[in-house]
Design a protein around this ligand. Structure first.
Ligand SMILES: [Fe+2]
Length: 321
């Protein structure tokens, strides 16, 4: 979203600059230097600059301004590519055998980071509905520390609770944002019927659904290891604490946090982790760690690094048997 705001801003500025310069030219007033007009086109405002040239019939015959329509075409191609890379929703399906009496379909939403997928998150909710889940789990970073619009995230939850029961744990971004606004957000979630599973668990009958809040990952002591009596499905934001999850007796853990490494290099893997580890060994998919199976979602949104490439937003559907 930051990139979108930037592009809108510089294109508007470029458009206004070309209009102003034309008006100055007509009045015989002091002009805006040509290098300034070109500068705004070069830093991402080429579409606005080109529209300004056309609409105000300005600089259209100047040879050095031939670069502006070329940059505008390039910008349209790059923007189209990036939009597709960052908003093309994909669904990944996994199967997990925990010996359940009744099959269970879980939809996992991770790392939304206030990303918008349609009005009121309609595109995302439609995909979730199509999976016909028994429960929806949200594994942290529903909000984002750099653009703290709780209303976007809340609109997702409002739609999700109409589809299936929603269980939620916090990620590192909710921890960053701790304070009155986040407390109010949590109250809104509870009012919607969302179950906050930070450091607690629920006996779901045939299995246990447990959660760990991100703030507790380094020093977890909220509950002891589970017995083998029932399978344990656990929600935790960060996959790298897999030894903790195994020690607690988790059979299946749903995690996120890594954003697929932001850019997936074909044949190599995800480029960078949120901790700025380059080419992390584990950046997506299902993997076993001892007796615990971890699913690592690539998530849906972005944070510090605002672009995904070859790493489409991912909704995870787990069919548990
Ligand atoms: Fe995240």
């Amino acid at each position: 979203m930051i990139l979108v705001y930037w592009l809108v801003l510089v294109n508007l500025i470029a458009f206004v600059m070309y209009g102003l310069d034309k008006a100055y030219a007509k009045k015989g007033a002091r002009r805006i230097p040509e290098r300034s007009l070109l500068f705004w086109a070069w830093i991402g405002g080429s579409i606005g600059a080109f529209l300004g040239m056309k609409l105000f019939h300005h600089k259209t015959l100047k040879v050095k301004f031939v670069v502006v329509p070329v940059l505008a075409v390039l910008e349209i191609v790059i923007c189209g590519f990036c939009l597709y890379q960052n908003y093309h929703l994909t669904v990944t399906e996994y199967e997990a055998d925990l010996g359940l009496e009744n099959d269970l379909t879980i939809v996992q939403v991770s790392d939304l980071h206030n990303q918008i997928f349609g009005i009121g998150e309609s595109a995302l909710l439609k995909k979730i509905e199509a999976a016909d889940p028994d429960l929806i789990v949200v594994t942290g970073d529903a909000v984002d520390k750099t653009h703290t619009s709780y209303s976007i995230s809340l609109s997702f939850f409002k739609g999700a609770v109409k589809i299936a029961p929603v269980y939620y744990i916090t990620g590192n971004h909710e921890v960053f944002l701790r304070g009155p606004k986040t407390d109010a957000f949590m109250d809104d979630l509870r009012a919607l019927g969302v179950v906050i599973l930070d450091d607690t668990y629920v006996d779901m009958g045939g299995y246990v659904l447990a959660g760990i809040g991100d703030a507790s990952l380094g020093s977890f002591n909220a509950y002891g290891p589970f017995s083998d009596e029932k399978p344990v499905i656990m929600l935790a934001h960060e996959p790298q604490y897999h030894s903790l999850y195994e020690s607690l007796g988790a059979d299946l853990v749903l995690t996120g946090h890594f954003h697929g490494g932001q850019i997936i290099i074909p044949g190599v893997g995800g480029l960078v982790s949120p901790e700025f580890e380059f080419l992390p060994d584990y950046y997506e998919g299902m993997r076993s760690f001892g007796s615990t199976t971890v699913i690592l979602s690539r998530g849906l949104g972005n944070s510090i690094i605002p672009v995904r490439i070859n790493n489409y937003p991912e909704l995870v559907v787990v069919k548990v048997h």
